[in-house]
Design a protein around this ligand. Structure first.
Ligand code: FES
Ligand code: MG
Length: 597
């Protein structure tokens, strides 16, 4: 086997004639749990399993079991598996924001992949930010890497209806506000949406990012949609283990797969699946770490005009199991291929192109995945907005409801624009404390603003922009108000919000100049969002803000909060650790790190 294998980086640890002492030290320590000298020295690739599952991260916890099958695949193909932990990120559990941890897990994983004797790696992806953290690290180090999704939970059910994770919370909250359920019923309804191990079964950020990882070519075809508890998921784990060893022998690296064409494919797939507004942040970050040009405007230019095909909650009706049985990602890619919307030659981890992988993929349930000719919605991608409030923010226009359209977008002379009175909240605490306060006098002509929720202000970009209307308005039939902010929104929320505003208030973005009661105009056709005041007045406010020491945000609570605040960028460019972008393909450009003793 060793004759075909390219020079393995692990040989520097286990076979270094220039430093026999250290070679012995490296060998004896991996022998101490049962690996033999022969295995460590006969040219077998050493394959890391970057383990994101733990008790702290229930969404990815099933990877602890799947790793057994991954190891069997690696062993059978002639490799040696070494499983190690990745800094856990649980979307629902981490305070103040799991967005802080994506870059921390990234940073940690870069050190592990570069500094240990690893020839290739299996990335165990799943819960929202675990996927970009792993992919970003693999991009920076650029050793052969393959992703394995943990898979979504089984469908949730309540009284014969599907209940989707995350999405059901927003719905249950409305029922509670209307007095249709009590507190106990509220928890019961919400818990029904999480019936098994796995990640969110809706088209939230997890299903989005796992689907896009497959569309990018970074995991085996058909892998993303398999529900976590299914036997097929175990089989996929085994096949992934087999394949990564071959990838090391072929020297197939992330830089061979993550081309600009692959990203454009992913942007198009994102529209077709109804993907989360978090996808642009994570994919733009990944593109920067692999060195591919990708801008926030690419999301509108390549994605906006495409149709929505996948009928999953929150935009549609179905859930993860249905998505899998209807054909998953290959069926979606196949539909786009029919209209020339996929760069079919894009390489993938299995050694074949995306086009080859998806050529025969059929939709097997047209209620769940619609054919391109009969989409769920036309023009379902993201619109980029800009103006004196921010230099960019995005809106998923496809989730605008009929009720919303009638209320805000029905002026025949101005059908794509609306104006409103700004209600401004500095952080979610202020919003929770005062949204129902009659003194704010919120009516159906108001626009809700959330600021201080970005990478620096929060810190870590919290998903707090989707805000509910006051209870008294919900009872009167106004189920949602337009929301705008410099934070994010959960991918499981269907609110028509304007999100990811960059630059955020904390670094002096236009949102910091907004005042309670200002008139604001949003024009979806022109792609503009402005406070309706003069340039002069804006400048006066800007100077007043500077004189007051800038926009105020909470003090650091941990060392990492302070360190990240000092080096993190804004959401439009991926909210990455800016100094890290200069380190690219380091397994090739920096060589093997020097030895430690
Ligand atoms: Fe982990 Fe949704 S909270 S996937
Ligand atoms: Mg989330």
């Amino acid at each position: 086997m060793s004759s075909k294998t390219p020079q393995l980086r692990s040989r520097a640890w286990f076979n270094d004639p220039a430093n026999p002492d250290m070679t012995a030290l490296h060998i004896e320590r991996y022998m101490n749990f049962g690996i033999s000298q022969k295995e460590l020295q006969d040219g077998r690739p050493i394959i890391g399993i970057a383990q994101t599952g733990s008790d702290l991260s229930p969404c990815n916890r099933h990877h602890l079991e799947l790793a057994t099958r991954v190891k069997e695949g690696i062993r059978e193909a002639g490799g040696i598996p070494l499983e190690f932990p990745v800094h856990p990120i649980q979307e629902t559990g981490k305070r103040p924001a799991p967005g802080l941890d994506r870059n921390l897990a990234y940073l940690g994983l870069v050190e592990l992949l570069y500094g240990y004797p690893l020839d290739g790696v299996v990335l165990t992806i799943g819960c929202d930010k675990t996927t970009p953290a792993c992919l970003m690290a693999a991009a920076t180090v650029n050793i052969p890497a393959i992703a394995l999704s943990v898979g979504p939970m089984l469908n949730g059910w309540f009284r014969g209806e599907r209940t989707g994770s995350g999405t059901i919370v927003w719905k249950a909250r409305e029922l509670l506000a209307k007095g249709e359920i009590d507190e106990a019923g509220f928890i019961k309804l919400v818990a029904s949406s999480a019936p098994s191990t796995g990640y969110c079964n809706t088209m939230g950020t997890a299903t989005t990012m796992n689907s896009l990882t497959e569309a990018l070519g970074m995991q085996l075809p058909g892998s993303a949609a398999i529900p976590a508890p299914y036997r097929d998921r175990q089989e996929m784990a085994y096949l992934t283990g087999l394949r990564i060893v071959e990838m090391v022998r072929e020297d197939l690296k992330p830089s061979d797969i993550l081309t600009r064409e692959a990203f454009i494919n992913a942007i198009r797939v994102n529209t077709a699946i109804g993907g989360s507004t978090n996808a642009p942040i994570h994919l733009n970050a990944l593109a920067r770490h692999i060195g591919v040009e990708l801008s926030i405007d690419d999301w509108q230019n390549f994605g906006e005009e495409l149709p929505l095909l996948v009928n999953l909650q929150p935009a549609g009706e179905y859930l993860g199991e249905d998505y899998y049985h209807a054909g998953g990602v290959p069926a979606v890619v196949n539909q786009l291929m029919r209209y020339g919307l996929i760069h079919e030659e894009a390489p993938t981890v299995n050694g074949r192109s995306l086009g080859e992988n998806c050529r025969d993929a059929e939709i097997t349930n047209e209620a769940v995945i619609r054919p391109f000719e009969r989409p769920l919605k036309e023009k379902a991608g993201f619109r980029v907005l800009r103006g004196n409030l921010f230099t960019s923010a995005i809106m998923k226009t496809s989730v605008i409801s009929e009720e919303f359209r009638t209320r805000y977008l029905s002026n025949p002379e101005d059908p794509d624009a609306f104006e409103g009175r700004a209600i401004v909240f500095d952080g979610p605490e202020e919003y929770h404390a005062s949204i129902d306060d009659p003194a704010l006098n919120i009516d159906a002509n108001c626009i809700l603003f959330m600021r201080g929720a970005g990478p620096i202000g929060y810190p870590g970009t919290a998903e707090v922009v989707n805000m509910r209307a006051p209870d008294y308005l919900i009872k009167a039939g106004v189920s949602s108000l337009p929301c705008v902010g410099d934070g994010r929104q959960s991918g499981t929320s269907g609110s028509p919000s304007i999100l990811n505003a960059s630059p955020e208030a904390a670094v002096g973005g236009g949102l910091a100049l907004l005042r309670m009661g200002d008139r604001v105009r949003i024009d979806l056709k022109r792609g503009s969002a402005d406070i309706l005041i003069s340039e002069e007045e804006l400048e006066v406010r800007r100077q007043a803000l500077e004189a007051a020491g800038g926009y105020q945000y909470p003090a650091h609570q941990t060392p990492w909060q302070e360190i990240q605040r000092g080096i993190v960028g804004q959401m439009d460019t991926g909210a990455v650790l800016e100094p890290a972008v200069a380190y690219q393909r380091i397994a090739q450009t920096k060589g093997i790190p020097r030895d430690s003793h």
